[in-house]
Design a protein around this ligand. Structure first.
Ligand SMILES: [Zn+2]
Length: 178
């Protein structure tokens, strides 16, 4: 009885504390739902990436592809700058699967760049031959290094722009609703 009473007082005198408990209880479950288990990003960016998924169906679909692909590990880092680019993804395919290290420059359009780089990972899940495609007219694949070790694709560029547009539109709608 005494416990119940104390609990009731806590509720009514500290509504914010109660709200914080509810939020912290819910966020791990949401994180599990939104971010694939093999998608590694610093905890400080969890909310940011989850919010992207909340605002963009295209980004949700991208995360689902990562989550359901066997043996794919993604490391996302948001860094002060990336030498010679706005972002880059290094990928390595080994016998135990595909590992991708994504670096995105913090002061650029981070939403667009994350989605863009994630699409490069999905291209590899789909088995796209970048080196082969770069030589073909109309493939949407371009070699961007003289040594032929770096590529750009129209598909990744499109994914980045689409997600950025969806996030901007959804945020605008939220602003009007509330
Ligand atoms: Zn790219």
């Amino acid at each position: 009885m005494r416990e119940r009473h104390r609990h009731a007082i806590l509720r009514y005198t500290h509504p914010l504390a109660v709200l914080a408990c509810i939020l912290s209880l819910h966020s791990p479950a949401y994180a599990q739902l939104a971010l694939p288990a093999h998608f590694h990003v610093a905890p400080v960016y969890f909310e940011f990436v989850e919010a992207m998924a909340g605002h963009s169906p295209t980004f949700q679909a991208q995360l689902l592809r990562i989550a359901t692909a066997p043996d794919v590990t993604v490391h996302l880092e948001i860094v002060p700058y990336v030498i010679g680019a706005r972002a880059r993804t290094r990928m390595m395919r080994e016998t135990d699967g595909l590992t991708a290290w994504i670096e995105v420059a913090r002061f650029d359009n981070v939403v667009e760049l994350i989605a863009h780089e994630i699409e490069h990972v999905i291209e590899q899940i789909d088995g796209i031959d970048l080196a082969g495609g770069a030589g073909m007219a109309g493939s949407g694949i371009y070699s961007v290094s003289s040594r032929g070790a770096a590529f750009e694709t129209a598909r990744a560029a499109r994914a980045g722009v689409t997600v950025a547009r969806e996030v901007a539109r959804s945020k605008e709608q939220d602003r009007r609703t509330f």
